[in-house]
Design a protein around this ligand. Structure first.
Ligand SMILES: *Cc1c(COP(=O)(O)O)cnc(C)c1O
Length: 482
């Protein structure tokens, strides 16, 4: 399988090369040249790690299948407590795909526990011996998941940039307490887009590259713009479908709808890949919070990032530039030239409008909707009171939107974070008194609901804080050069 840039400037690249590079040299994102065909009958009875090796292997054809099997077994076994791809029935026809049973309690573990192994092996495949310096801009969850995935790996360094006051106390502590000699963490005085824009600039800066090259270092990204981030996320769409078919939720071959709490458009795009590979996916519903730039885009075909930025109770979705949308535009329009034009307009004017054919193709597969913080809180309370199902603030947005978009097919909401990652907001939604500290709120949440906090979160209280530095967005370049 070969890869090419969404903007046409790079073609015929291997999967290892795409993963090692991250962003294409022309600023585009790497996409596969074709969609491999799923073998649904052969895959339906596989364990999660076995299925992961098959799905990932169908895209990463230049990797040794035995390596992928071992890597997937190592990644999705014990580290996920045997609950990789766990599906819960919430009520009739409504399911939650719980993606937060990994080591950092958010869905990003699925990609970021596997991708470091793909990167290290990809460098070996390409006979590359340089040190790889990973730069990550994070709105919260990516940072910790990336730190946990890359910490202690040979030949890798990682620096994480998160928006100061843009994350929960728990999220901040998860990052600030990270162990390992090869990690660095910086708070950026700004919002997520400031952090992401700063990091993207560093990647595009030839002078930075030259200075690092002289020291034997090459930059790479762990953001969901990297193909190695995206491909592991395709697996759980298949796995969920097979589990639902097994329980008789729908007949084999009938469609399932998915509703995905969306920020950078990576998680939902993985569902689109699964669909194009032949999985019977009906609608992929894109759920946004008040930063509803994607809702407007899917409805009208105009992407307009020139709008107020809202800080919400679902910070991992507080994004106005959804990078992975570029991949969808490429696949539906089939034209790198068009994509390059739209992305040029976005950079220059903050907006672009796609042609009618492209919009129609998007609307054929994607639904959309959004919910504000009050609606999300109401949803947390309703799901708990009616269904005894406790969800976090991101998942709540998707439950709310799923309600408006449900048809006759089973609806699966992707549950992307443990409710204990955002204990104060969840507790407030349930109508409890809200203590100042996240840790007191965790205890109160347990007392109120009977649900236990994951050990990885509870133990943060006593872990030593290693990183406390706050920098201006303009100082990201210097930090990346240290
Ligand atoms: C990252 C994240 C999202 C958004 O996923 P994208 O792939 O960026 O669309 C949603 N919920 C949580 C909890 C996240 O961490």
């Amino acid at each position: 399988m070969e890869y090419q840039s969404t903007r046409g400037g790079s073609t015929g690249v291997s999967a290892a090369e795409a993963i090692v590079r991250g962003l294409a040299p022309d600023g585009g994102l790497y996409v596969p040249a074709a969609f491999p065909k799923a073998d649904l009958d052969a895959w339906r009875s596989l364990s999660y790690p076995e299925l992961a090796a098959k799905v990932v292997g169908s895209f990463l054809t230049d990797y040794d299948p035995a390596f992928l099997q071992a890597a997937a077994a190592d990644t999705y076994g014990d580290a996920f407590g045997g609950r990789a791809g766990h599906v819960e029935q919430v009520r009739g026809g409504l399911y939650a795909l719980e993606l937060w049973h990994g080591p950092t309690c958010a869905f990003k573990d699925y990609a970021l526990q596997l991708m470091p192994k793909l990167l290290v092996q990809g460098k070996k495949n390409l006979h590359r011996t340089e040190t790889t310096r990973i730069l990550v801009a994070t709105s919260g969850d990516t940072g910790k998941a990336a730190l946990a995935g890359y910490a202690g790996l040979e030949g890798i360094q990682i620096a994480v940039f998160y928006p100061n006051a843009g994350t929960s106390e728990i999220q901040r502590l998860q990052m600030a307490t990270q162990q390992g000699d090869n990690v660095a963490v910086f708070a950026v005085d700004g919002n997520f887009d400031d952090a992401q824009t700063g990091v993207k600039r560093v990647f595009a800066d030839a002078d930075v590259a030259a200075q690092l090259e002289a020291r034997g270092i090459r930059l790479s990204s762990a953001n969901s713009i990297n193909w190695g981030r995206l491909v592991p996320q395709i697996v759980y769409y298949f796995y969920t479908y097979f589990r639902l078919a097994e329980t008789g939720a729908m007949a084999w071959g009938q469609t399932v709808d998915f509703c995905v709490p969306t920020g950078n458009f990576g998680d939902i795009l993985a569902g689109y890949y699964a669909k194009r590979m032949g999985l019977p996916v009906g609608r992929l519903v894109c759920a946004s919070n008040e930063n509803n730039v994607l809702t407007d885009f899917i409805r009208t075909g105009t992407y307009d990032a020139r709008r107020a930025f809202h800080k919400t109770a679902s910070p991992s979705m507080d994004i106005l530039i959804s990078s992975n949308l570029e991949r969808l535009l490429y696949h539906v329009s089939g034209s790198a030239e068009k994509v390059a034009g739209w992305m040029g307009q976005l950079a220059a004017e903050g907006r672009y409008t796609v042609d009618a054919g492209t919009l129609a193709a998007i609307q054929e597969s994607f639904g959309c909707g959004w919910a504000d913080d009050a609606q999300g809180a109401e949803e947390i309370r309703t799901r708990f009171e009616q269904d005894h199902y406790l969800c976090d603030t991101h998942t709540a947005v998707a439950f709310r939107v799923a309600d408006d978009c449900r048809g006759t097919a089973p609806m699966v909401v992707l549950s992307t974070a443990s409710p204990f990652k955002f204990p104060r907001d969840v507790l407030r939604a349930l109508g409890g008194d809200v203590p100042e500290s996240d840790f007191d709120a965790m205890d109160a949440l347990t007392a109120k609901t009977g649900c236990q906090a994951p050990a990885a979160l509870a133990e943060l209280k006593t872990r030593p804080v290693r990183f406390t530095e706050t920098i201006a967005p303009g100082a990201i370049r210097d930090a990346a050069l240290r």
